[in-house]
Ligand binder design. Structure first.
Ligand code: FAD
Length: 398
């Protein structure tokens, strides 16, 4: 397989690079390049800039306001943005939910939801998992009962990333409790609706991105139903496949590896640079080889997807990508020497916050917090054990 860029794609890369140099504010790049969760205000600001340039949705078709770029150009764009330290855009709206909305929603819902995603005004939360329904998602028990033009929702979701900062939640509910998959519907819910309570879950890195969400007689207009009642499982599977297809995060991992290389060249241990410690450079090289292999697998998956892929690429990428990001994180913490034993607390949602951190190199804050958070990479988006079963079934034809 030859992935050498042709001159037109290379020119595109240069165009993106020049745009980033001109338009990415240094404060956004500084915050975007460290490992903390992105600040919503930064994401909104950056998405607006991209929207105004016509690059708001690299992966959407032109008819919905996307760029219509090839998969390769999307990949180049993501890579350049990540390497420049641009804040992560809204993966939920742009990559997971948006494509499902324009594929399955009616005209009215499309017109109501898609422009907000493009402009960075409508951030999505994923209200799928429940205390009794994670890997076995179809066992979900949150109930929606139709009452005139509304559904009345009661139940409890958990692990809802960004429920405290999002503008809309893609919510899976049971509309027919007698059925399993065929009794599930998909509602688009405003988290400010009366009856919704969001309770934070503080993670191992002492950060707040996760939440429990409680629904107590929450009234949701029937016009917020995506597609058809009791067909939600089809839409949910599409969302999850989109989530896994992007989960290898090659561009992000490239930035992390570049950071690791930088730290290893600058941090010193026993009088020498970390990179010169016995055995360190080969471990770094192995990560670079594995990332390159993952990059090629991603490009192959994207190519075959547009040709109707039969292999479970989403699951393959999810397993390889999540394990790699954990290995990069482990070596980066090791390279940080004494700074790797300190958890620099997350600055939170305020872009102007001045955290009370002890002195240390600029590259230290965020590394340990990200390492901690990524312990969950093999769980979120579907536990790796379950993905391995999907892969085995596909290859063994079970
Ligand atoms: C950081 C983080 C962010 C998340 N964000 C969201 C979000 O925004 N929205 C949302 O809806 N959900 C979110 N989740 C939830 C996530 O999708 C679930 O945690 C995941 O699907 C696993 O479900 P569970 O936690 O209930 O574990 P369980 O399903 O109880 O599994 C527990 C263990 O048993 C193993 N196991 C279970 N079933 C099988 C099987 N069939 N074969 C082999 N092993 C099995 C699993 O591998 C796992 O190790 C998030 C989770 C995390 C950790």
């Amino acid at each position: 397989m030859d992935f050498k860029l042709d001159p037109a794609d290379e020119a595109f890369r240069q165009e993106v690079r020049a745009f980033l140099k001109e338009n990415l504010p240094p404060d956004l790049a500084r915050r975007g390049a460290c490992g903390f969760h992105p600040i919503r205000a930064d994401q909104r600001r950056w998405q607006r800039t991209l929207f105004e340039r016509g690059w708001g949705a690299p992966n959407w078709p032109v008819e919905y306001g996307g760029t219509g770029w090839s998969h390769l150009r999307q990949f180049i764009f993501d890579e350049e943005c990540a390497l420049a330290g641009a804040p992560a855009t809204d993966n939920g709206g742009l990559r997971m939910f948006g494509p499902v909305i324009y594929t399955y929603a009616g005209a009215e819902l499309k017109a109501r939801l898609l422009p907000g995603i493009l402009k960075g005004e409508l951030y999505w939360g994923q209200g799928f998992s429940e205390p009794g329904a994670g890997s076995d998602l179809a066992a979900l028990a949150t109930r929606a009962v139709r009452d005139g033009d509304e559904y009345v929702v009661n139940g409890h979701k958990i692990w809802t990333t960004g429920a405290h900062t999002c503008d809309i939640i893609g919510l899976l509910v049971k509309t027919n409790p007698e059925a399993k998959q065929r009794g599930i519907s998909f509602l688009c819910v405003d988290p400010a609706t009366p009856g919704i309570t969001v309770r934070p879950i503080i993670d191992i890195g002492e950060a707040h991105s996760l939440n429990e969400v409680f629904f107590d007689n929450v009234r949701v207009p029937v016009s917020n139903l995506l597609g058809e009642e009791n067909k939600g499982w089809t839409y949910a599977k599409a969302v999850l496949e989109n989530e896994r297809a992007t989960s290898a995060e090659v561009p992000l991992n490239k930035r992390k590896l570049a950071q690791l290389r930088h730290i290893a060249m600058h941090e010193r241990s026993d009088g020498c640079r970390v990179i010169d410690l016995p055995g360190f450079a080969p471990r770094l090289a192995q990560l670079e080889v594995d990332l390159r292999a993952l990059e090629w697998l991603t490009l192959r998956a994207l190519t075959e997807k547009s040709e109707g892929a039969v292999l479970p690429y989403g699951s393959l990428l999810k397993v390889r990508g999540s394990e790699l990001v954990q290995r990069i994180g482990e070596l980066t913490v090791e390279a940080l020497e004494q700074y790797g034993s300190y958890l620099y607390a997350e600055p939170g949602e305020d872009p102007d916050a001045k955290p009370d951190w002890p002195p240390g190199p600029d590259y230290a804050p965020g590394v340990v917090a990200d390492f901690m958070y990524r312990r969950a990479a093999t769980i979120y988006g579907g536990a790796n054990e379950v993905q391995r079963t999907i892969i085995a079934r596909s290859f063994l034809g079970l």
